[in-house]
Design a protein around this ligand. Sequence first.
Ligand code: SF4
Ligand code: SF4
Length: 323
Amino acid sequence: MTTLLWLQGGACSGNTMSFLNAEQPSACDLVTDFGIEVLWHPSLGMEMGDHAQEIFRACASGEQPLDIFVFEGTVILGPNGTGRFNMFADRPMKDWVAELAPQANVVVAIGDCACWGGIPATAPNPVDSVGLQYLKRQRGGFLGSEFRSKWGLPVINIPGCPAHPDWVTQILVAIATGRAKDIALDELQRPLTFFKTFTQTGCTRVQFFEYKQATKEFGQGTRTGCLFYEFGCRGPMTHSPCNRILWNRQSSKTRAGMPCTGCTEPEFPFYDLAPGTVFKTQKISGVIPKDIPEGTDHVTYMAHAAAARVAAPEWAKEDMFVV
Ligand code: SF4
Ligand code: SF4
Protein backbone atom coordinates (compact mmCIF):
# COMPACT_ATOMS: atom_id res chain seq x y z
CA MET A 1 0.00 0.00 0.00
CA THR A 2 1.19 3.51 -0.87
CA THR A 3 -0.52 6.23 1.11
CA LEU A 4 -1.43 9.51 -0.57
CA LEU A 5 -2.76 12.76 0.83
CA TRP A 6 -3.89 15.50 -1.59
CA LEU A 7 -4.56 19.06 -0.41
CA GLN A 8 -5.59 22.21 -2.29
CA GLY A 9 -4.30 25.68 -1.53
CA GLY A 10 -5.09 28.75 -3.63
CA ALA A 11 -6.67 26.83 -6.46
CA CYS A 12 -9.54 26.70 -8.93
CA SER A 13 -9.70 22.87 -8.60
CA GLY A 14 -8.84 22.59 -12.29
CA ASN A 15 -6.09 20.07 -11.64
CA THR A 16 -8.42 17.89 -9.60
CA MET A 17 -10.98 18.04 -12.42
CA SER A 18 -8.24 17.08 -14.86
CA PHE A 19 -6.99 14.26 -12.62
CA LEU A 20 -10.47 12.77 -12.33
CA ASN A 21 -10.53 12.46 -16.13
CA ALA A 22 -7.34 10.41 -16.29
CA GLU A 23 -7.48 7.40 -18.57
CA GLN A 24 -4.08 5.75 -18.72
CA PRO A 25 -4.20 4.92 -15.89
CA SER A 26 -7.40 6.26 -14.39
CA ALA A 27 -7.82 7.54 -10.84
CA CYS A 28 -9.64 4.26 -10.01
CA ASP A 29 -6.76 2.21 -11.45
CA LEU A 30 -4.44 3.90 -8.97
CA VAL A 31 -6.42 2.32 -6.15
CA THR A 32 -7.39 -1.03 -7.64
CA ASP A 33 -4.29 -1.87 -9.71
CA PHE A 34 -1.44 0.06 -8.12
CA GLY A 35 -2.25 -0.15 -4.42
CA ILE A 36 -2.54 3.57 -3.71
CA GLU A 37 -4.55 4.32 -0.60
CA VAL A 38 -6.03 7.81 -0.83
CA LEU A 39 -6.04 8.98 2.77
CA TRP A 40 -7.94 12.12 1.78
CA HIS A 41 -8.60 14.21 -1.30
CA PRO A 42 -10.75 17.39 -1.51
CA SER A 43 -13.19 15.82 -3.99
CA LEU A 44 -12.87 12.14 -3.04
CA GLY A 45 -12.36 12.21 0.72
CA MET A 46 -15.36 10.96 2.69
CA GLU A 47 -14.28 12.45 6.01
CA MET A 48 -15.30 15.92 7.06
CA GLY A 49 -14.63 18.26 9.98
CA ASP A 50 -12.94 16.63 12.97
CA HIS A 51 -12.61 13.28 11.20
CA ALA A 52 -10.67 14.87 8.33
CA GLN A 53 -8.53 16.84 10.76
CA GLU A 54 -7.62 13.63 12.57
CA ILE A 55 -6.12 12.33 9.33
CA PHE A 56 -4.15 15.52 8.72
CA ARG A 57 -2.87 15.60 12.28
CA ALA A 58 -1.85 11.95 12.18
CA CYS A 59 0.10 12.54 8.96
CA ALA A 60 1.70 15.72 10.29
CA SER A 61 2.86 14.00 13.48
CA GLY A 62 4.20 10.95 11.68
CA GLU A 63 1.73 8.63 13.42
CA GLN A 64 0.18 7.90 9.98
CA PRO A 65 2.96 7.12 7.47
CA LEU A 66 2.64 9.32 4.40
CA ASP A 67 4.19 8.17 1.14
CA ILE A 68 2.96 10.84 -1.30
CA PHE A 69 1.91 14.36 -0.42
CA VAL A 70 0.23 15.98 -3.42
CA PHE A 71 -0.37 19.70 -3.37
CA GLU A 72 -2.52 21.61 -5.83
CA GLY A 73 -2.81 25.42 -5.85
CA THR A 74 -0.56 28.11 -4.47
CA VAL A 75 0.70 28.45 -0.95
CA ILE A 76 -0.88 31.71 0.17
CA LEU A 77 1.23 33.78 2.56
CA GLY A 78 -0.95 36.91 2.88
CA PRO A 79 -1.93 38.96 4.65
CA ASN A 80 1.40 39.99 6.09
CA GLY A 81 2.83 36.49 6.15
CA THR A 82 0.02 35.05 8.28
CA GLY A 83 -1.50 32.88 5.53
CA ARG A 84 -4.95 33.68 6.88
CA PHE A 85 -6.32 34.45 3.42
CA ASN A 86 -6.42 30.65 2.99
CA MET A 87 -7.74 28.97 6.14
CA PHE A 88 -8.19 25.20 6.07
CA ALA A 89 -9.17 22.88 8.88
CA ASP A 90 -8.96 25.65 11.48
CA ARG A 91 -5.55 27.01 10.55
CA PRO A 92 -3.71 28.63 7.65
CA MET A 93 -3.13 26.10 4.88
CA LYS A 94 0.54 27.10 4.78
CA ASP A 95 0.98 25.70 8.30
CA TRP A 96 -0.40 22.33 7.22
CA VAL A 97 1.97 22.32 4.24
CA ALA A 98 4.94 23.20 6.43
CA GLU A 99 4.22 20.20 8.69
CA LEU A 100 3.10 17.67 6.09
CA ALA A 101 5.75 18.09 3.39
CA PRO A 102 8.70 16.97 5.60
CA GLN A 103 6.74 13.88 6.68
CA ALA A 104 6.18 12.64 3.12
CA ASN A 105 8.45 10.24 1.27
CA VAL A 106 7.72 12.17 -1.93
CA VAL A 107 6.12 15.60 -2.48
CA VAL A 108 4.39 16.27 -5.80
CA ALA A 109 3.23 19.72 -6.96
CA ILE A 110 0.37 19.53 -9.45
CA GLY A 111 -0.35 22.43 -11.80
CA ASP A 112 1.33 25.81 -12.28
CA CYS A 113 0.05 27.28 -9.01
CA ALA A 114 1.65 24.60 -6.85
CA CYS A 115 4.80 24.47 -8.99
CA TRP A 116 5.58 28.20 -9.18
CA GLY A 117 2.63 30.34 -8.21
CA GLY A 118 0.85 30.32 -11.57
CA ILE A 119 -1.73 32.97 -12.38
CA PRO A 120 -2.32 34.02 -8.72
CA ALA A 121 1.38 34.95 -8.38
CA THR A 122 1.21 37.21 -11.42
CA ALA A 123 2.00 40.83 -10.47
CA PRO A 124 0.73 42.37 -8.29
CA ASN A 125 0.29 38.97 -6.60
CA PRO A 126 -2.48 40.27 -4.34
CA VAL A 127 -2.56 37.45 -1.77
CA ASP A 128 1.18 36.79 -1.78
CA SER A 129 1.14 33.41 -3.51
CA VAL A 130 4.16 31.17 -3.98
CA GLY A 131 4.74 27.68 -5.34
CA LEU A 132 6.06 24.85 -3.19
CA GLN A 133 9.68 25.17 -4.30
CA TYR A 134 9.65 28.02 -6.84
CA LEU A 135 8.27 31.50 -7.28
CA LYS A 136 7.99 31.74 -11.03
CA ARG A 137 11.49 30.72 -12.26
CA GLN A 138 13.24 31.56 -9.01
CA ARG A 139 14.06 28.55 -6.79
CA GLY A 140 13.01 28.73 -3.18
CA GLY A 141 9.26 29.07 -2.97
CA PHE A 142 7.51 28.14 0.25
CA LEU A 143 9.60 25.12 1.23
CA GLY A 144 12.96 26.62 0.25
CA SER A 145 15.46 25.46 -2.33
CA GLU A 146 17.14 23.02 0.10
CA PHE A 147 13.94 21.15 0.91
CA ARG A 148 14.07 17.41 0.40
CA SER A 149 11.36 14.87 1.15
CA LYS A 150 12.04 11.87 3.38
CA TRP A 151 13.43 9.97 0.40
CA GLY A 152 15.83 12.84 -0.30
CA LEU A 153 13.94 14.15 -3.33
CA PRO A 154 13.08 17.72 -4.26
CA VAL A 155 9.45 18.52 -5.04
CA ILE A 156 8.43 16.84 -8.29
CA ASN A 157 6.77 19.55 -10.39
CA ILE A 158 4.00 18.57 -12.80
CA PRO A 159 3.00 21.94 -14.26
CA GLY A 160 0.20 22.91 -16.62
CA CYS A 161 -2.97 24.92 -16.32
CA PRO A 162 -4.19 22.31 -15.72
CA ALA A 163 -1.70 19.46 -15.88
CA HIS A 164 -2.72 16.69 -18.25
CA PRO A 165 -4.32 13.93 -16.14
CA ASP A 166 -2.12 11.14 -17.46
CA TRP A 167 1.08 13.06 -16.56
CA VAL A 168 -0.23 13.02 -12.99
CA THR A 169 -1.36 9.42 -12.76
CA GLN A 170 1.72 8.05 -14.54
CA ILE A 171 4.04 9.79 -12.09
CA LEU A 172 1.97 8.55 -9.14
CA VAL A 173 2.25 5.01 -10.54
CA ALA A 174 6.02 5.38 -10.89
CA ILE A 175 6.23 6.37 -7.22
CA ALA A 176 3.84 3.63 -6.08
CA THR A 177 5.85 0.99 -7.93
CA GLY A 178 9.13 1.96 -6.32
CA ARG A 179 10.61 4.04 -9.15
CA ALA A 180 10.48 7.51 -7.56
CA LYS A 181 14.27 7.86 -7.59
CA ASP A 182 14.39 6.92 -11.29
CA ILE A 183 12.24 9.90 -12.33
CA ALA A 184 14.73 12.16 -14.13
CA LEU A 185 13.94 15.83 -13.64
CA ASP A 186 14.88 18.93 -15.64
CA GLU A 187 16.24 22.15 -14.12
CA LEU A 188 12.69 23.13 -13.09
CA GLN A 189 12.13 19.74 -11.43
CA ARG A 190 9.72 18.60 -14.15
CA PRO A 191 9.84 14.91 -15.17
CA LEU A 192 11.94 14.80 -18.33
CA THR A 193 9.88 11.97 -19.73
CA PHE A 194 7.12 14.51 -20.32
CA PHE A 195 8.91 17.86 -20.45
CA LYS A 196 12.03 17.31 -22.53
CA THR A 197 10.21 17.82 -25.81
CA PHE A 198 8.14 20.79 -26.94
CA THR A 199 4.44 21.31 -27.56
CA GLN A 200 5.53 21.51 -31.18
CA THR A 201 6.78 17.91 -31.11
CA GLY A 202 4.04 16.04 -32.93
CA CYS A 203 2.03 19.11 -33.97
CA THR A 204 0.21 18.40 -37.22
CA ARG A 205 1.11 21.83 -38.64
CA VAL A 206 4.85 21.58 -38.10
CA GLN A 207 5.51 21.44 -41.87
CA PHE A 208 4.00 24.94 -42.15
CA PHE A 209 6.28 26.09 -39.35
CA GLU A 210 9.24 24.63 -41.20
CA TYR A 211 8.43 26.61 -44.37
CA LYS A 212 7.33 29.72 -42.45
CA GLN A 213 3.77 29.68 -43.73
CA ALA A 214 1.43 31.58 -41.42
CA THR A 215 -2.16 30.92 -40.48
CA LYS A 216 -3.81 34.21 -41.40
CA GLU A 217 -7.12 33.99 -39.56
CA PHE A 218 -8.69 31.99 -36.77
CA GLY A 219 -10.63 29.02 -38.05
CA GLN A 220 -8.22 28.53 -40.91
CA GLY A 221 -5.84 27.06 -38.40
CA THR A 222 -6.91 23.44 -38.54
CA ARG A 223 -6.28 23.23 -42.27
CA THR A 224 -3.28 25.30 -43.21
CA GLY A 225 -0.51 27.41 -41.82
CA CYS A 226 1.24 27.62 -38.49
CA LEU A 227 0.03 29.67 -35.52
CA PHE A 228 3.49 30.92 -34.53
CA TYR A 229 3.69 33.89 -36.89
CA GLU A 230 0.49 35.81 -36.13
CA PHE A 231 -1.35 34.09 -33.28
CA GLY A 232 1.34 33.88 -30.64
CA CYS A 233 1.70 30.09 -30.54
CA ARG A 234 4.38 29.19 -28.00
CA GLY A 235 4.75 25.61 -29.22
CA PRO A 236 8.45 25.96 -30.13
CA MET A 237 9.35 27.45 -26.72
CA THR A 238 7.14 25.40 -24.41
CA HIS A 239 8.18 22.11 -22.86
CA SER A 240 5.16 19.82 -22.90
CA PRO A 241 4.05 16.55 -24.51
CA CYS A 242 0.64 17.93 -25.55
CA ASN A 243 1.05 16.62 -29.10
CA ARG A 244 2.47 13.27 -27.96
CA ILE A 245 0.03 12.48 -25.15
CA LEU A 246 -3.14 13.93 -26.57
CA TRP A 247 -5.89 15.53 -24.51
CA ASN A 248 -8.84 13.17 -24.09
CA ARG A 249 -6.62 10.86 -26.18
CA GLN A 250 -8.00 12.78 -29.16
CA SER A 251 -6.47 16.15 -29.85
CA SER A 252 -4.48 19.13 -28.65
CA LYS A 253 -4.81 22.88 -28.75
CA THR A 254 -2.62 23.30 -31.81
CA ARG A 255 -4.24 20.40 -33.66
CA ALA A 256 -7.57 22.15 -33.10
CA GLY A 257 -6.25 25.47 -34.41
CA MET A 258 -5.67 27.10 -31.03
CA PRO A 259 -2.26 28.56 -30.17
CA CYS A 260 -0.29 27.03 -27.31
CA THR A 261 -0.19 29.66 -24.56
CA GLY A 262 2.84 28.09 -22.88
CA CYS A 263 1.09 26.95 -19.72
CA THR A 264 3.80 24.54 -18.56
CA GLU A 265 6.42 27.29 -18.20
CA PRO A 266 6.91 29.47 -15.08
CA GLU A 267 6.36 32.70 -17.05
CA PHE A 268 2.78 31.75 -17.93
CA PRO A 269 0.66 33.86 -18.37
CA PHE A 270 3.09 35.68 -20.64
CA TYR A 271 3.24 39.47 -20.75
CA ASP A 272 0.92 39.38 -17.71
CA LEU A 273 -2.00 39.18 -20.13
CA ALA A 274 -1.69 42.87 -21.00
CA PRO A 275 -4.27 43.96 -23.59
CA GLY A 276 -3.17 42.95 -27.07
CA THR A 277 -0.78 40.23 -25.91
CA VAL A 278 -3.13 37.24 -25.99
CA PHE A 279 -3.29 35.14 -29.17
CA LYS A 280 -1.04 37.67 -30.86
CA THR A 281 2.59 37.23 -31.79
CA GLN A 282 4.61 39.97 -30.11
CA LYS A 283 7.02 41.43 -32.66
CA ILE A 284 10.06 43.67 -32.80
CA SER A 285 9.70 46.43 -35.41
CA GLY A 286 6.40 44.84 -36.40
CA VAL A 287 8.16 41.97 -38.19
CA ILE A 288 10.55 39.91 -36.08
CA PRO A 289 8.97 37.61 -33.47
CA LYS A 290 10.04 38.78 -30.03
CA ASP A 291 10.17 35.21 -28.68
CA ILE A 292 11.80 32.71 -30.97
CA PRO A 293 12.21 28.92 -30.83
CA GLU A 294 14.31 27.77 -27.90
CA GLY A 295 17.97 27.28 -28.70
CA THR A 296 18.30 29.80 -31.51
CA ASP A 297 19.01 33.54 -31.68
CA HIS A 298 17.30 36.29 -33.64
CA VAL A 299 19.95 36.59 -36.38
CA THR A 300 20.07 32.84 -37.01
CA TYR A 301 16.30 32.62 -36.85
CA MET A 302 15.81 35.43 -39.41
CA ALA A 303 18.34 33.92 -41.83
CA HIS A 304 16.71 30.51 -41.53
CA ALA A 305 13.22 32.00 -41.92
CA ALA A 306 14.16 33.92 -45.07
CA ALA A 307 15.69 30.83 -46.67
CA ALA A 308 12.73 28.65 -45.68
CA ARG A 309 10.23 31.08 -47.19
CA VAL A 310 12.11 31.08 -50.49
CA ALA A 311 12.38 27.31 -50.44
CA ALA A 312 8.71 26.75 -49.54
CA PRO A 313 7.08 24.36 -52.03
CA GLU A 314 3.60 25.11 -53.35
CA TRP A 315 1.97 22.39 -51.25
CA ALA A 316 3.14 24.15 -48.08
CA LYS A 317 0.90 27.08 -49.04
CA GLU A 318 -2.19 25.00 -49.67
CA ASP A 319 -5.00 23.59 -47.59
CA MET A 320 -3.77 20.25 -46.28
CA PHE A 321 -7.16 18.57 -46.63
CA VAL A 322 -9.18 17.76 -49.71
CA VAL A 323 -12.94 17.59 -49.22
S1 SF4 B 1 1.05 25.68 -34.54
FE1 SF4 B 1 2.44 26.08 -32.80
S2 SF4 B 1 3.15 24.03 -32.16
FE2 SF4 B 1 2.26 23.80 -34.19
S3 SF4 B 1 3.98 23.99 -35.62
FE3 SF4 B 1 3.09 26.06 -35.39
S4 SF4 B 1 4.28 27.00 -33.71
FE4 SF4 B 1 4.66 24.80 -33.63
S1 SF4 C 1 -0.84 23.15 -25.72
FE1 SF4 C 1 0.39 24.64 -24.54
S2 SF4 C 1 -1.11 25.88 -23.41
FE2 SF4 C 1 -2.19 24.01 -24.11
S3 SF4 C 1 -1.97 22.57 -22.41
FE3 SF4 C 1 -0.24 22.19 -23.77
S4 SF4 C 1 1.44 23.43 -22.97
FE4 SF4 C 1 -0.47 24.21 -22.06
